[in-house]
Design a protein around this ligand. Structure first.
Ligand SMILES: C[S@@+](CC[C@H](N)C(=O)[O-])C[C@H]1O[C@@H](n2cnc3c(N)ncnc32)[C@H](O)[C@@H]1O
Length: 633
C-alpha cells in the first residue's frame, strides 16, 4: 500500500488503515445526580474533574476543542487484544481493527497534549511491537521516551511454557526536547533513603557507604598508595584501581569526607552525602513490583478491601504504578487523562496527589466500580493503595552467611517492632534487593485524605437523525442550548455564551463570533446584526433559513442542518474497542494483489443504538431540512 502511494517513509500497513471515521464532535451532558462533591471546601481542593461514561473515541473528540494542548499527561491501559474471536488467528483482521481503533484514539490524544506533555501506554507482547510502530507514526519516532518494563507479577506460573512476568509501558513525549527539561525526578523511597547512614556521626548528615572504593578497570594513575589512619599503607587489590583520582582523593581527605571503617584500617570510601546528591532519582526503565506493586497487590491488598462487595477487575493497575507516572510527568494542578479508566485507578491516584483528572469508561463499570471508588476517595474513606504511607523502621542486609542462621536476625526484627510499637498503625515485612525490611504503616489519620469532587457526564446523542422520509433532521432530544453548543463544536468555535450579547454564543478568535438560532432570518434582521457586529468583528450565523440576496462583509450565513450534513458521520454511537462482533466478509474480496480488503460492517449493537436514537420522541427544533425556502449564500 505504501509504495502504491509512492511514500518513502517507513510505516506499518494493515487492512483498513486508510478507512478513517469522520467523527462527530458530540457535546457532553452532565448527570448531576451522579456528580459528587465533598461537603466542605478546603483551599486547594479540586472539583472540576470529569468522569465520562461512553465510548472514548467520541469522548476524546468531544473534549478536543476545549482541551487541545492542555493535557499534561495521558495514561492509558487499553484492552490488550488478547482474546481471539477467530479459531485461527492469522487473518490479521483483529490485529488490523485493533490498530485502526488505537490509531484514531492516539491521534486525538496527541492533539490534547501540552507542549511538555507525554503519553504512557501499558501493553503486553500481543500488540506492543505493532503499537510501538504506530506510536512512532503518530507521535514521531524522535519523541519516544522509553519502553518501561513493569513487573506485573512477582510470581511464576508453572502450567505454561514460559511464565510472563511483565507488561510494557510505551512512553512518548509531545516534544522530547521540551519534556526532558521539565520532567520530574523521582522522590527517593524510604528504602533508598535508608541506605544513607551516618555511622561516624558526621555533622553533614547521612552519607552512602555502599559504593566500593575500587573498580575493575582504570589507568595506572589510579594505582597510587594511600596511608590509612591505622598507619597501614595500601594500594588497590591486584587487578583493581581506585575509583577516584589522586587529586579528588586528596581534596576529599582535606574536606574530611573519607571513611576508613570503624577502626581506621579499611580501604577508603569517599562519602556521598544525601544533601549533595540531586534532589531525586532519574527514573529507570525497570519498574519491579517491589517498587510499584503488582496486579495482584492492587486486587488483593487494596480493591478487595476498599470495595468488598464488588468483584474487582482481573488486572487493575496498582496505584503505586500510576503514582510513579504521575510523579515523573506532572505537578500539582496539571490535568491527567485516562480514556480506558477501568476501575478508576488513575483518577483515584490523581485525586490523592492533587492533580486534575479526566476519565472515560465505556462499560457499566463506570457506575459499579469507578463511582463508589472515587466517592470513597473524596470522603476520605480510602486508606489503601498510595494512601497507606510506609516508613522503613529497621533493615538488615542478607548475606549467604547470615541466611544460614536467621534466628538473631528475626530476634532483632521483633525487637525493632516492639520498640517502634506505638508509632505505627501496623507493620509489614519484605525482602527487597537483598535487604530484610520492616515497614511501619502510618495510620490514615496522618494523611490529608478526602475533599474535592468530580462531574459525571454522558455523551449527547447524535445531533442529526433521520425522519420518516429519510431526511436528516435535528435530533428531537436537542434543546436550543444543546444545539448551540453542538454547532459551536462542529464549526470549531468555543462555546461561551455571553450573558449580555445574545448573538455572541461562541468564539473562534477575539473578534470572530457564532450565533445559532432556530429562527428564519430576514434581510432586516441580518442588517441589524451586521450593524451591531460592526467593521472590526465578524459573525457566523447558523439559522433555520434566511431570505436575502444581499451580502454583508462581516456576516456569513449558513442554513442548518444542511450546512453541517457533510461534516462528519451522524448517528454512529459505537466505535468501541471490544472486537466481539467482527466484520463479515460478504463477497470474496479481490485478492489479486495479495491485499484482502474487508469492508467493516457495523455491529448489531451499533444498529440497535442507532434505532434507539432515531426513535426519540418529542418535538423537533426544525421539522425537515428540505422544505425551507431560504437561499444559500
Ligand atoms: C484494562 S482495563 C483498564 C483498567 C484500569 N487501568 C484499572 O486500573 O482499573 C481497560 C478498560 O477500557 C475500557 N474500554 C474498552 N474500550 C473502550 C472504549 N471504546 N471507550 C472507553 N472505554 C473502553 C474497558 O471497558 C476496560 O474497563
Amino acid at each position: 500500500m505504501a509504495n502504491r502511494r509512492n511514500k518513502t517513509r517507513l510505516e506499518l500497513t494493515w487492512i483498513g488503515k486508510e478507512d478513517r471515521p469522520r467523527l462527530e464532535p458530540r457535546i457532553l451532558l452532565e448527570d448531576p445526580e451522579k456528580s459528587y462533591h465533598a461537603s466542605v471546601r478546603r483551599p486547594g481542593d479540586i472539583f472540576d474533574n470529569m468522569l465520562i461514561h461512553g465510548d472514548n473515541l467520541l469522548a476524546l473528540k468531544a473534549l478536543e476543542i476545549d482541551f487541545a494542548g492542555q493535557i499534561k499527561c495521558v495514561f492509558i491501559d487499553p484492552p490488550y487484544n488478547t482474546g481471539s474471536a477467530f479459531e485461527h488467528y492469522d487473518d490479521g483482521i483483529e490485529h488490523s481493527l485493533w490498530l485502526s481503533l488505537m490509531r484514531e484514539r492516539l491521534e486525538i490524544l496527541s492533539r490534547l497534549l501540552t507542549a511538555d506533555g507525554s503519553i504512557w501506554i501499558t501493553i503486553d507482547d500481543t500488540e506492543s511491537h505493532y503499537l510501538k510502530v504506530v506510536c512512532d507514526e503518530v507521535f514521531g519516532r524522535t519523541n519516544f521516551i522509553a519502553n518501561v518494563v513493569w513487573e506485573k507479577t512477582a510470581g511464576r506460573k508453572n502450567d505454561t511454557y514460559i511464565s510472563t512476568a511483565h507488561d510494557h509501558i510505551l512512553a512518548y513525549a509531545k516534544d522530547l526536547s521540551v519534556w526532558r527539561k521539565t520532567r520530574n525526578l523521582l522522590p527517593r523511597s524510604d528504602s533508598q533513603l535508608a541506605r544513607y547512614q551516618n555511622p561516624d556521626d558526621d555533622p553533614r548528615g547521612p552519607w552512602i557507604q555502599g559504593a566500593d572504593s575500587t573498580a575493575k578497570s582504570g589507568s595506572d594513575s589510579l594505582l597510587y598508595e594511600v596511608e590509612l589512619p591505622s598507619g597501614r599503607k595500601v594500594r588497590p587489590p591486584k587487578g583493581n584501581y581506585w575509583r577516584f583520582s589522586k587529586t579528588s582523593f586528596d581534596k576529599a581527605l582535606a574536606e574530611d569526607r573519607v571513611y576508613f571503617g570503624k577502626n581506621g584500617d579499611s580501604l577508603p570510601i569517599v562519602k556521598k552525602y544525601l544533601s549533595d546528591v540531586q534532589d531525586g532519582l532519574v527514573p529507570r526503565t525497570w519498574w519491579p513490583s517491589s517498587e510499584v506493586n503488582s496486579n495482584q497487590g492492587a486486587r488483593r491488598d487494596h480493591l478487595r478491601k476498599l470495595l468488598p462487595d464488588i468483584e474487582p477487575f482481573a488486572t487493575p493497575k496498582p496505584e503505586e504504578l500510576i503514582r510513579r507516572i504521575v510523579q515523573i510527568n506532572t505537578n500539582q494542578g496539571d490535568i491527567v487523562l485516562d480514556s480506558f479508566a477501568g476501575s478508576g485507578t488513575t483518577g483515584a491516584v490523581c485525586h490523592k496527589l492533587g492533580r486534575k483528572w479526566i476519565m472515560v469508561e465505556l462499560e457499566d463499570t463506570c457506575d459499579t466500580h469507578i463511582l463508589p471508588r472515587l466517592t470513597k476517595v473524596i470522603d476520605g474513606d480510602d486508606h489503601g493503595g498510595i494512601s497507606g504511607v510506609k516508613e522503613v523502621v529497621w533493615e538488615e542486609k542478607l548475606t549467604p552467611t547470615k541466611l544460614k542462621n536467621m534466628e538473631p536476625i528475626l530476634e532483632a526484627l521483633n525487637a525493632a517492632k516492639e520498640k517502634a510499637g506505638g508509632q505505627f498503625a501496623s507493620f509489614s515485612t519484605k525482602v527487597e534487593s537483598n535487604f530484610l525490611r520492616l515497614y511501619g504503616i502510618i495510620g490514615p489519620e496522618k494523611m490529608p485524605l478526602g475533599g474535592g469532587g468530580f462531574r459525571y457526564y454522558q455523551l449527547a446523542p447524535s445531533l442529526l437523525q433521520k425522519d420518516d422520509y429519510d431526511n436528516w433532521i435535528i435530533n428531537k432530544d436537542y434543546n436550543p442550548a444543546m444545539l448551540a453548543e453542538a454547532l459551536c463544536k462542529i464549526e470549531g468555535f468555543k462555546y461561551d455564551p455571553s450573558p449580555e450579547t445574545y448573538w455572541q454564543q461562541g468564539r473562534s478568535t477575539e473578534t470572530d463570533y457564532i450565533y445559532i438560532t432556530t429562527q428564519m432570518m430576514t434581510a432586516d434582521m441580518l442588517q441589524k446584526l451586521s450593524d451591531e457586529v460592526g467593521p472590526d468583528r465578524s459573525l457566523l450565523i447558523m439559522c433555520k433559513a434566511f431570505r436575502s440576496k444581499r451580502e454583508w462583509a462581516n456576516l456569513t450565513v449558513k442554513k442548518i442542518p444542511k450546512a453541517v450534513l457533510s461534516k462528519c458521520e451522524w448517528g454512529q454511537d459505537d466505535y468501541s474497542l471490544e472486537i466481539k462482533e467482527l466484520p463479515v466478509i460478504e463477497d470474496e474480496p479481490d485478492d489479486t494483489e495479495g491485499n484482502a480488503q474487508v469492508e467493516p460492517k457495523s455491529s448489531g449493537k451499533a444498529k440497535s443504538k442507532r434505532r434507539k436514537a432515531a426513535a426519540v420522541a418529542g418535538g423537533n427544533l426544525f421539522d425537515t431540512d428540505e422544505t425551507e425556502d431560504g437561499e444559500d449564500n
